[in-house]
Design a protein around this ligand. Structure first.
Ligand SMILES: *[C@@H]1O[C@H](CO)[C@@H](O)[C@H](O)[C@H]1NC(C)=O
Ligand SMILES: *[C@@H]1O[C@H](CO)[C@@H](O)[C@H](O)[C@H]1NC(C)=O
Length: 448
């Protein structure tokens, strides 16, 4: 084949690709304007400086319609099979549109504070919960965080989060551009694409530039593929219970899984939940950390040599409320030492005494979490309820087939009948979480 011919066929291929395959297109019904959010970067000796940033709504929440008009590609819980007959055509023919953050999704920002409201009724239906990411200064990529030998802090108001609702702030190893280096994904981080976490969620509508519509289950709203990556949960909480939890995976970046190869992440993680670990007076309404009022949460990522190069060896937690520094609770469980932070030793001991499988260790423990942090993580803030197990793993007894008196089963004071999505959405539509004063920097530099 001559050089010229191959050049021509190359052009043809590019044309074909851009006409038929290139997708996860951008809809133009509504311009995408990211709400502004001020964050801070801090350093020892020089204090903190303001970083004006913005947040972006995840693609899964967005209106997905035909590129040629305004026919829905996805409605409620089902794909429009006339348009979306297969993953490729559904990628090429459908566009993600801009978001009206306050009116449709109940998302507002004010200076350095973000508010996520639970249920929002709007002209086209009802929105429940949301998930947003922090953008970098270019406003078209996600901000990447490198947390080893650093600390991360923020203020939170959980006072309006009842049993079954989780106001979460966490990090995942998503791609900086949301996957837009894939030619099928035109939307990218600017439209909140590329989510993954350690549960390998199967409800993500587009994974690696292809629609997840094969074997789509309309009841569970899940497809054949899962979207897996390392996850560091800084904060999963409501006004009753809280936990911080690293979840290592044995894959790097975003791993699209299916069937048997979805067992790549430690799904339970190694959690520090003060109530579960035997201090029932530490966190909650009128407790030591009083969830009726705002407080500051500081999380430190200590390494073996006190530099960014060393292995991650300890994740420490400190609270501040009304100007008072509150050290993390100490473990008070027969058979365990009085740990007050997450270390590999703490995780081994907890898994052993609670008779839980130690997948944390199998997936590489804190060292693997540190390697993942080296590659950079994206900041996620979300508000959600749990259609799988009603959030009982956070705020009630779990699992239910073990006696509540067995160590590790009781995690909070919520009744085992609480947290059903249809009930919390009906009874607490105005629930909300507020995150503010997001700061990152050298250990000891962000607050204290
Ligand atoms: C990851 O872990 C799973 C389950 O433990 C195992 O089957 C798989 O081979 C591991 N993959 C790698 C790359 O280590
Ligand atoms: C790291 O710092 C801690 C206290 O800040 C200190 O106890 C420890 O010895 C240091 N480790 C190394 C390897 O320098």
């Amino acid at each position: 084949m001559s050089r010229k011919l191959s050049f021509v066929s190359c052009i043809l291929l590019i044309l074909l690709l851009s006409t038929w395959v290139a997708g996860q297109q951008i809809g133009t019904s509504l311009a995408e304007n990211h709400p502004k959010l001020i964050t801070q970067r801090c350093a020892k000796g020089s204090g903190c400086s303001e970083n004006p940033r913005s947040i972006v709504l995840d693609a899964n929440w967005r209106w997905l319609h035909t590129t040629s008009g305004y026919t829905n590609c996805y409605t409620g819980s089902s794909w429009n099979r006339d348009i979306c007959s297969d993953p490729e055509s559904c990628t090429a023919k459908c566009a993600l549109d801009g978001a009206d953050y306050p009116t449709t999704y109940g998302i507002t920002t004010n200076n350095d504070e973000l508010t996520l409201k639970f249920v929002t009724k709007h002209a086209y239906g009802t929105n429940v919960g949301s998930r947003v990411y922090l953008m970098d200064s270019s406003d078209s990529n996600y901000e990447m965080f490198y947390l080893k030998n650093q600390e991360f802090s923020f203020d939170v108001d959980v006072s309006n989060l009842p049993c079954g609702i989780n106001g979460a702030l966490y990090f995942v190893e998503m791609e900086k551009d949301g996957g837009s280096s894939n030619p099928n994904n035109k939307a990218g981080a600017k439209y909140g694409t590329g989510y993954c976490d350690a549960q390998c969620p199967h409800d993500i509508k587009y994974i690696k530039g292809q629609a997840n519509l094969l074997d789509w289950d309309e009841k569970k709203k899940v497809g054949r593929w899962g979207s897996c990556c390392n996850e560091m949960d800084i904060w999963e909480a409501n006004s009753i219970a809280s936990a911080y939890t690293p979840h290592p995976c044995n894959v790097t970046g975003l791993h699209r899984c299916e069937g048997g190869n979805c067992n790549v992440c430690d799904q339970p993680g190694c959690d520090f939940n003060s109530y579960r670990l035997g201090d029932r007076d530490f966190f909650g309404e009128n407790k030591i950390v009083d969830t009726k009022q705002k407080f500051t949460v500081i999380t430190q990522f200590h390494t073996s040599d006190n530099t960014t190069r060393g292995d991650l060896v300890e994740i420490r937690r400190i609270y501040i409320q009304n100007g008072r520094v509150i050290q993390n609770s100490k473990v008070n469980v027969p058979g365990m030492n009085q740990y007050d932070s997450i270390t590999n030793k703490f995780c081994d001991s907890q898994k052993d005494v609670f008779q839980d499988k130690n997948d944390f260790k199998n997936k590489g423990g804190l060292k693997a979490v540190g390697r993942s942090l080296d590659r950079g993580h994206v900041l996620v803030m979300s508000l959600w309820d749990d259609s799988n197990v009603n959030m009982l793993w956070l705020d009630s007894n779990f699992p239910l087939d073990r006696p509540a008196t067995q160590p590790g089963v009781a995690r909070g004071t919520c009744p085992i009948s609480s947290g059903k999505p249809e009930e919390v959405e009906r009874d607490y539509p105005n629930a909300y979480v507020k995150f503010s004063k997001v700061r990152v920097g050298d250990i000891g530099s962000t607050v204290l």
